[in-house]
Design a binder for this molecule. Structure first.
Ligand SMILES: [Zn+2]
Length: 516
């Protein structure tokens, strides 16, 4: 009896799995690993266009460059698709922050996105004042007019006792394969709402106080700093005062000199521009048309937008280059997939998956707004009130979406996003990919990128597991997210693996199974 049960269970596993297309996997590997163009694509975008803040002129250039490149690869229907109003664009043209006393030194600083410019140089002794809570603001009231404000205590960087570069070893990978019974979010919903409110409150406060400049200490050290946004793309929200991020060692030196009572003088001068002629933002879309199942679609994608202080190489030029290279590989070997393969390069990801969510709402469906106002305040992914889904006809025709957005590292596996029926299918596809380091299929969910937009409306959306390389230590949202940090062999592998997944999904007998 026990034996029969085992045999039946084994048969069930076989039925749920696929037979991978080994001929095609060989051809994809040959093109992807022996004739790769992934670094050319990466350099064209990252060096040629540069940073890509959504709404900026560079973002538009990146949209056009990727559209033209995909058309050049032979994809059909390459176009820019507006996803509706995003808000104002922003860029900065120059930034100089100097200490002029007691020593003369040029400092490493970048304005925060959507910040106003200084309108000429601002000189003066900075004031260091803690502005982290509403009570802090009350205490500082009336003291900041015309001042260069430093808003936090120095972080005092420590010696690095771990390597910048990280790859998963076997043990860590099998750890990821263990399901998180109770997932632990970085911030609770209450913290998230409080942090957002306080950011707006601080911007309004400094504006009302007529402070001249806000200097924030960048997270990071050794000249590497995370720079994100201070103002907002929405014209209805306060722009705040001119705000600049200063790297840690420079910030801390000034803070120490101030604490020692020295005669410190800074000179801050930066110019920024707001663009409000076209408030829409765009995704780049292109297709390889299917054959007998051409009305069914397999999608792949990555976000094209980035922050502005580096050139958005690992976040997420890498994902863009790898997914573009994946469709180039498929076109180059002259395939005719059963289902249509569609690539989407999103904008607005950094401001909350805006481009992919709007695309999903326009094409596939969306959830009604929650009734509870507390729920409406939360980011979509934190809402617990499950409102009704309003579906469009295309919802029935999307097989799966595959996303790449965790840096330059090679693909080590895939998050099945709690879709138990997808797991044996992925396991069968990766069997011939194990020698490329792809071994893990986990039931775990991963968040914070564009596959979530699909998952939220009941569509199979997946993100790959990647080696981190220097993502968390150096590049993610920093001024040193540049081409040099890309790993050629990793990107070649990633493009090859993505092309394989997309091919298998486009040609299997059935669409990918959905979660119940
Ligand atoms: Zn990203």
């Amino acid at each position: 009896m026990k034996k029969l049960v085992t045999i039946l269970a084994f048969a069930a596993t076989l039925a749920a799995a696929d037979t991978p297309d080994l001929t095609m996997q060989t051809r994809i590997r040959e093109e992807g690993l022996r004739n790769s163009k992934v670094m050319e694509i990466a350099s064209g975008l990252i060096d040629g266009v540069g940073a890509r803040l959504t709404g900026s002129p560079n973002m538009r250039r990146a949209n056009e460059w990727t559209r033209d490149k995909l058309a050049e690869f032979g994809l059909a229907n390459a176009h820019l698709e507006s996803w509706g109003p995003f808000g104002r664009g922003w860029s900065y043209e120059s930034c100089s922050v100097r200490m002029t006393s007691p020593d003369v030194v040029q400092l490493i600083a970048v304005p925060k996105a959507w910040s106003a410019g200084t309108n000429g140089p601002v000189r003066g002794r900075p004031v260091k004042v803690k502005l982290e809570t509403t009570e802090d603001l009350q205490k500082a009231k009336g003291k900041l007019a015309g001042k260069i404000v430093m808003s936090s205590e120095p972080t005092a960087p420590k010696a690095h006792d771990e390597p910048d570069l990280r790859r998963y070893d076997e043990k860590e990978l099998s750890g990821i394969e263990q399901y998180d019974v109770v997932p632990k979010p970085r911030f609770t919903p209450e913290e998230t709402v409080r942090r957002r409110r306080f950011r707006r409150e601080l911007a309004q406060f400094l504006q009302d106080e007529k402070a001249a400049v806000l200097i924030e200490e960048g997270r990071g050290d050794f000249g590497t700093m995370i720079v994100q946004q201070s103002g907002s793309q929405k014209a209805t929200e306060p722009q705040g005062v001119p705000t600049v991020t200063l790297e840690a060692e420079h910030y801390d030196r000034i803070a120490r000199l101030l604490d020692a009572g020295k005669d410190v003088e800074l000179e801050v001068d930066f110019k920024t521009t707001i663009y409000d002629q076209d408030l829409n933002a765009y995704n780049t879309i292109a297709e390889i048309p299917g054959t007998d199942k051409k009305n069914e679609v397999v999608m792949l994608g990555a976000h094209l937008d980035s922050w502005h202080s580096g050139t958005g190489a690992t976040d997420n030029g890498a994902g863009v280059a790898a997914t573009m290279e994946a469709v180039r590989i498929l076109k180059a070997i002259g395939i005719a997939p059963r289902r249509t393969i569609r690539i989407a390069l999103w904008s607005g990801e950094e401001q909350g998956l805006l481009g992919s969510r709007a695309y999903v709402a326009q094409h596939f469906g969306s959830r009604a707004e929650p009734k509870d106002p507390k729920q409406r305040d939360l980011p979509l992914s934190m809402r617990t009130e499950k409102t009704p889904l309003e579906l469009k006809p295309e919802h029935a025709k999307l097989s799966a979406y595959f996303n790449l957005d965790n840096g330059t590292g090679r693909i080590r596996g895939i998050y099945s996003q709690s879709n138990a029926a997808a797991r044996p299918i992925f396991e069968s596809w990766i069997e011939p990919l194990k020698d490329l380091g792809v071994t893990a299929v986990t039931m775990r969910n991963t968040s914070s990128t564009d596959h979530v937009a699909f998952d939220e409306v009941g569509l199979p959306g997946f993100q790959f597991i990647q080696d981190q390389i220097e993502y968390d230590t150096r590049t993610h949202h920093t001024n040193w997210d540049t081409y040099e940090r890309l790993q050629k062999e990793d990107l070649m592998q990633a493009a090859t693996v993505i092309a394989t997944f997309v091919w298998e999904a486009a040609n299997r007998a059935e669409m990918m199974p959905r979660k119940p």
